[in-house]
Design a binder for this molecule. Structure first.
Ligand SMILES: CC(C)(COP(=O)(O)OP(=O)(O)OC[C@H]1O[C@@H](n2cnc3c(N)ncnc32)[C@H](O)[C@@H]1OP(=O)(O)O)[C@@H](O)C(=O)NCCC(=O)NCCS
Length: 150
């Protein structure tokens, strides 16, 4: 069994875009908006291979966490947890404390990461223009919110 120590999480580069999109498609997650926001993305690599990713649509006061995916054979080893943690830490180091996400499949997973279900009309107005809110995510997706303490 592969140990987590073999997996390295780091900032994505432009060369990673194709692999990120494949990973998202394989996991039925939207790729709309990735080209505009890839600079916020982190990737998890096992050697050369990208086996996990996560990103955000970040605005001045709030960010939409999106595109969290880990290849099936690497799951349940903490890779997703590390990607989410590092994303939140990086965004909060830029002064962002308010985080949202939309999910159809992973409400319980993000609840364990501190997110709470919220109504769409509670979402920070900066995020309502994002691709995920506009059209990429199904209207039935659950909205979740995390406010990081200062
Ligand atoms: C959600 C996902 C990123 C988690 O990645 P991971 O690296 O396996 O996660 P971690 O190792 O940090 O956590 C694993 C734990 O979360 C649980 N978990 C994983 N996916 C879950 C889900 N969708 N709902 C609830 N719990 C989930 C596992 O059962 C495991 O529980 P355990 O620690 O009690 O054994 C991964 O399952 C995935 O890529 N899923 C498909 C894409 C997806 O739905 N992404 C979320 C989009 S909003």
């Amino acid at each position: 069994m592969l140990e987590i120590v073999d997996v390295v999480v780091s900032a994505a580069t432009a060369n990673d875009l194709t692999a990120i999109k494949h990973l998202l498609s394989d996991n039925d997650l939207p790729i709309a908006g990735v080209d505009d926001h890839w600079k916020t993305f982190l990737v998890a690599r096992d050697g050369e291979r990208i086996i996990g990713c996560g990103g955000a649509e970040a605005y001045s006061n709030a960010a939409l966490i999106r595109s969290i995916a880990v290849s099936a054979e690497y799951r349940s080893r903490g890779v997703g947890r590390i990607i989410v943690r590092q994303l939140l830490d990086r965004l909060s180091s830029h002064g962002i404390r308010e985080f949202y996400l939309l999910t159809t499949t992973a409400q319980e997973y993000f609840k364990r990461r501190g997110f709470k279900k919220c109504d769409r009309d509670e979402v920070h107005p900066q995020l309502l223009a994002s691709r995920e809110f506009q059209d990429a995510c199904p209207k039935t997706a659950i909205c979740m919110h995390l406010l990081m303490q200062r």
